[in-house]
Write a protein that binds this ligand. Structure first.
Ligand SMILES: Cc1ncc(C[n+]2csc(CCOP(=O)(O)OP(=O)(O)O)c2C)c(N)n1
Ligand SMILES: [Mg+2]
Length: 685
């Protein structure tokens, strides 16, 4: 039985949700930012919200307004987000209504919520994965009631997104404690259920072995409350996933901007109104002996209260324009190069071993760190053996193979980080990163900014990159220009082992998402002329801050004084082409290795260009519309008065892929000879 007290509380909150929808619609000029309300979905949302605990984790979607009321957020707080006010507790006026993020005592944790339908499945499953990992280390709570659950809420349409299947697969594979909570109103925007899927999410979930399933009349509060109680208990006890499919009507508009009368028929609207949860609950209360007068009084009081809250929210201040740049990143503790880069008495080692040792030391010293990706687990230790022996040392729960799921590999880190872990993940080849870039863009990169710093995503995404030994069109690509326009992520691209080790250590301590490009051709220095990538291994505490370039080779002062010098600004393999080509111009070439591409050391670039008055930017990417070209533009502008020649860019040929045949590959890529020719051209200016 559900107590009268709970029924009355649900009734009061339903009255509020209705009054909110009405007041928003009556004041469309004021409520000008796009928003959705929960009309029709109130019963199932309140039933679930009432039973969540502060040690649980939630991922909610834009229609979960009643869920938020049920958790205890006030209408005033929600309206601050509706009106994009400075005091909006979730995002300070940066993101839409019902896009919560919460790290508040007494409430379940809710990390950043994007607007991308279905994409929340992966970060949410990442939270369950983190909870499960912590239980594998620390054991479950002594009191089963205190075992945390994750609830991930969706609309029926969003479950058709491909990424949702990656999440479901992982949840059943690893037996993760998560409730997939689907509110099926039979509509996407104007696409109907039967246009979007051949089987509903309850039927779909059957294909995932080990996924418990439950159907609920989500418009019936009592059934919703009882069945949600069972679903939550199932996960607290069994530590395994369940999909709850709740049938609900859609009574309001899709959003304030997409009105129901544009595409829904009279018949459809009438059908939905027959299962309105509000009169249903009112009837239950009347049948249970509540007086109609007292129920009406609750409704009147709710309307008045909402009016007061709305007036208060309307009057509250807007965010200050100058705050708009705040919180791109959380501050990192690493600002200086520290530790011994070249300890005495050691022989140089290959770059891949510097990486392996760095990760080994991280796993040894930080019990919040995990390493996962395709083939990094025990059997192989990475296709480049970059993780060899780590699973043996640190356990298969901490260093493990994932399925072939780039979206999960990247997106799960948002969830892991929200639970307090520090994931290091690997994309096997840069060419395949794009399946994970959606998560990087939509979920990770905006999390710190849109939660006002509450949920920076601390993770390291390692991406082996670049051409090496006829890798061909799908194992040779460089993709930095595709990622660099994404704000909110940091990107490193070292050229040698010492930098890779120091940067990995800095990435580990950085509270933000870091992409680490690691050149496959430099891993073992097997490509002729890449010996510089082999270095003496720095000490365990050696660390390289992001945003500090390094001069790898200086020009002679007399050449500089005579105007016979030039700076090559580059990174990764470009450093090696620069070193080899500059042998033809003794004393004339400075090489500036950027080491990190975002943040970038503009000061070092500009001061080198001003010193030499000539500059080439070298990249392995096709040069057209590349990051390198954007640097050339910036340098041309900033150093205009100092330049004795145009800023040149040397990159690969502008073709869609690196061809397999070795001669074709050679034709496409830059090399020391091509660079030498370009240097000659510039020196002859
Ligand atoms: C990735 C992505 N594609 C498209 C959209 C645009 N969009 C917003 S809501 C929506 C329909 C979602 O339907 P459903 O998941 O059933 O939720 P409901 O609105 O019915 O509650 C679409 C297509 C989006 N937000 N994200
Ligand atoms: Mg829907």
């Amino acid at each position: 039985m559900v107590s009268t007290e709970i029924l009355l509380k649900a009734y009061e909150l339903m009255c509020r949700a209705r009054a909110m929808a009405e007041i928003y619609d009556a004041n469309r000029q004021i409520c000008k930012f796009v928003h959705s309300t929960s009309r029709g979905h109130e019963a199932i949302q309140l039933a679930a919200a009432f039973q969540m605990k502060e040690y649980d984790y939630l991922s909610l979607y834009y229609r979960d307004e009643s869920f938020l009321l049920g958790l205890g957020f006030t209408p005033y707080e929600l309206m601050l987000q509706l009106l994009a006010k400075a005091d909006d507790p979730f995002s300070g006026g940066r993101t839409y209504y019902s896009h919560p993020s919460c790290n508040r005592p007494g409430f379940p944790k809710i990390p950043h919520q994007s607007s991308a339908t279905g994409m929340q499945a992966i970060p949410a499953t990442g939270m369950a994965h983190a909870v499960s990992y912590l239980e594998s280390v620390n054991g479950q709570s002594k009191d089963q009631e205190k075992n945390p659950v994750v609830l991930c809420s969706f609309g029926d349409g969003s479950v058709t997104e491909g990424e949702v299947s990656e999440a479901f697969q992982m949840a059943v594979l690893k037996k993760l404690p998560i409730i997939y909570f689907v509110q099926d109103n039979q509509w996407g925007i104007s696409a109907s259920g039967d246009e979007m899927y051949a089987q509903n999410s309850y039927e779909y979930a059957k294909g995932f072995k080990g996924m418990e399933r439950m159907q609920i009349k989500g418009y019936d509060f009592i059934e919703s409350y009882q069945k949600m109680s069972e679903a939550i208990r199932y996960v607290r006890e069994n530590r395994a996933p369940i999909l709850v499919h709740a049938e609900v009507p859609l009574l309001g508009h899709h959003t304030s901007g997409v009105r129901k009368e544009w595409y829904r028929t009279e018949e459809d609207l009438n059908k939905h109104s027959t299962i309105d949860p509000f009169p249903k609950l009112k009837n239950v209360l009347l049948e249970g002996g509540e007086a109609i007068e007292s129920l009406n009084a609750i409704e009147d009081k709710a309307k008045k209260f909402i009016e007061e809250e709305f007036n208060k929210a309307t009057a509250s201040p807007d965010p200050k324009p100058e705050t708009v740049t705040h919180h791109e990143f959380a501050p990192t503790p690493v600002t200086e190069e520290k530790g011994e880069r070249e300890p005495k008495g050691r022989e140089p080692i290959v770059m891949v071993d510097c990486a392996l040792h760095a990760v080994d030391e991280i796993l040894k010293n930080d019990n919040k760190a995990l390493l996962y990706g395709q083939d990094v687990g025990r059997r192989l230790g990475g296709v480049f053996r970059e993780a060899a022996t780590l699973a043996q040392k640190y356990g298969d729960n901490r260093v493990f193979n994932t399925p072939i799921q780039e979206a999960y590999i990247v997106g799960s880190t948002a969830g892991m980080s929200a639970v307090g872990l520090k994931p290091i993940v690997e994309i096997q080849f840069a060419d395949y990163a794009f399946a994970g870039v959606n998560q990087l863009h939509v979920e990770l990169s905006k999390s710190c900014y849109l939660t006002m710093g509450k949920f920076p995503v601390g993770c390291v995404i390692r991406i082996p990159t670049g051409a090496y030994g006829s890798g061909g069109p799908y194992h040779s690509g460089c993709i930095e220009s595709s990622l660099l326009p994404i704000r909110g992520i940091k990107i490193a691209y070292p050229s040698n082992g010492a930098d890779l080790k120091g940067l990995l250590k800095a990435a580990q301590l950085d509270p933000n998402p870091v992409v680490m490009f690691e050149h496959k051709g430099l891993y073992w220095s097997k490509v002729p002329g890449t010996g510089y990538a082999m270095t003496i291994e720095p000490d365990e505490d050696y660390i390289v801050p992001f945003g500090k370039a390094r001069v790898v080779q200086y020009a002679d002062q007399n050449k500089i004084d005579n105007g016979e010098s030039l700076v090559i600004i580059t990174y990764g393999m470009g450093v090696h082409w620069g070193l080899n080509a500059s042998k033809n111009f003794p004393g004339q070439i400075e090489i500036l290795d950027l080491r990190t591409l975002n943040p970038i050391d503009e000061e070092a670039m500009y001061s080198s260009v001003m010193k030499h008055n000539k500059c080439i930017i070298v990249t392995e990417e096709p040069s057209l519309n590349s990051f390198a070209e954007s640097l050339a533009g910036r340098i041309s502008k900033e150093c205009f008065r100092y330049l004795d020649a145009p800023v040149e860019v040397l990159g690969a040929l502008n073709v869609p892929a690196i061809a397999l045949n070795s001669e074709l590959e050679k034709e496409v890529l830059p090399n020391a000879e091509k660079l030498t020719a370009l240097l000659q051209k510039i020196f002859s200016f």
